[in-house]
Design a protein around this ligand. Structure first.
Ligand SMILES: C[S@@+](CC[C@H](N)C(=O)[O-])C[C@H]1O[C@@H](n2cnc3c(N)ncnc32)[C@H](O)[C@@H]1O
Length: 245
């Protein structure tokens, strides 16, 4: 796992803190005894929940390197290297499954949710904290077309940039009940855009591998121009969803 993704996950973790706290309260996850976070990567949420819960929190990911990285940071974390399509747990094991920015990377989110359903107890809760939908991104000024770049890049990488709007459908197809879904957002207002500028463009440069092409260079130039005038902000929608077995 590259440094680029590690620092991106750290940034996303901070941006989504309020959304997570809202969902922790809404689902009562902090009162539960056994919680699984699949697709945990460097296990930031596993660690956060381990500190909040008087029970067992397990992080699972297919990427051994990401898990080692997390374990080196915090030796007490309980981490399992495994495949979310075939979870190494008996049925009815966990009270809750919770994850963030995970389904967008899966080829078959419905199979993954069905497998999560298998390992939660009856009435156990499956919570998707945040899945993005780049189709709903709103840029000010509207002429900055950054979202079309990131959408095609995510598709190239095998991710679904429009996963957010499909969450209720995925949950329904996975036979989950009591489905509640909604929209949160990462509000990149005038100040946060300024603060975020350097790190975001470092990320884009690494993501695009060959450096910035003409189109990206022109987007960056435009962004600098509008930030200087105090006229740059954007709204990045992320959807949450909860459902019970
Ligand atoms: C965007 S990252 C998730 C980041 C993390 N949830 C967070 O918010 O910091 C997606 C993770 O899903 C993992 N992943 C992808 N396919 C998987 C699978 N079939 N089973 C388990 N993990 C998988 C990847 O290794 C990666 O770490």
């Amino acid at each position: 796992m590259s440094l680029m993704w590690k620092s991106q996950y750290k940034r996303q973790f901070i941006w989504l803190k309020d959304t997570r706290n809202y969902l922790y309260r809404k689902t009562g996850v902090v009162h539960q005894k056994k919680v699984l976070e699949p697709g945990c990567s460097i296990a930031l949420i596993t660690e956060e929940l381990s500190n909040k819960i008087n029970g067992t929190v397990i992080g699972l990911d297919i990427d051994f390197e990401a898990l080692s990285n997390a374990k080196n940071r915090e030796g007490k974390l309980l981490l399992v290297c495994g495949d979310t399509y075939s979870l190494p747990f008996k049925k009815d094991t966990f009270d809750s499954v919770i994850f963030q920015f995970f389904l967008l990377w899966l080829q078959s989110p419905i199979s993954a949710l069905k497998e999560m359903r298998r390992i939660v107890i009856p009435q156990g809760c499956i919570t998707s904290i945040a899945e993005p939908d780049y189709g709903g991104r709103i840029d000010f000024p509207h002429t900055i077309s950054y979202s079309s770049y990131i959408t095609s890049k995510l598709k190239e990488e095998g991710a679904d940039p429009f996963v957010g709007r499909k969450l209720e459908y995925f949950y329904t197809k996975s036979s989950l009940n009591n489905i509640k879904w909604g929209l949160a957002c990462i509000p990149f207002g005038l100040e946060l855009v300024k603060k975020n500028f350097e790190d975001e463009w470092k990320f884009v440069e690494k993501l695009s591998q060959k450096g910035l092409d003409t189109k990206l260079k022109s987007i960056k130039k435009d962004e600098i121009k509008f930030i200087k005038k105090g006229e740059r902000s954007y709204f990045m929608p992320v959807f949450y969803c909860t459902g019970n077995k």
